[in-house]
Design a protein around this ligand. Sequence first.
Ligand code: SIN
Ligand code: FE2
Length: 226
Amino acid sequence: MPAPTDQTPAMTTGDLFADHDDGQPQRLAEAAVLLRGHALAFIDELLPAIAGIESRSPFRHMITRGGHTMSVALTNCGALGWCTDQRGYRYTPADPLSGLPWPAMPPAFTRLARDSAAQAGFPGFLPDACLINRYLPGARMGLHQDRNERDFSAPIVSVSLGMSATFLFGGLKRTDKAARLPLFHGDVVVWGGPDRLRHHGILPLKGPPHPLLGAQRINLTFRKAG
Ligand code: SIN
Ligand code: FE2
């Protein structure tokens, strides 16, 4: 083993994550992985598909069960869409704004979700719901569990696009200490099995705008809801 030398460059924030950029799935927990940049191969299909969805079912700020307006704006595609109002959280087949079914799941979405889940050890994932969250600078998502789905045997597939963000990945109890993980354009996080009900969230969005998407972050969350 070579002796350490004083040639070793000082650690920078970039270096801290450089070893995660080798294209290998990074294990976050027993059944949770980070796939760095995995969505980049799909990006030419994802962005026009999001624009098409947004033209039919625009991003809107929903109200939580607690009566707070969410800082994140959301829309959905697929057979079921996640909604919240003062009556609570639920999945609906129609967009409450238009009364029409949510836009269909674009084939590239389904392929990305299926492929990501398979890489994480969940073959055969077929999502029926994709929540699309849009964060502008300052928007955040508090620690929560995804638990409005009918059964928890299917994983969650979460895709990051645009500005970088700090993902909080906690435990099964809300008070468990959450790991902080930087997520970049194209990253995909998958969690399921014993990790399916882990708490997670996003710190307030900050930092430079993204070259392609500008001053926003878009998150796609694929689920089997029904
Ligand atoms: C969510 O849990 O709904 C969103 C997570 C994220 O934006 O990465
Ligand atoms: Fe979530």
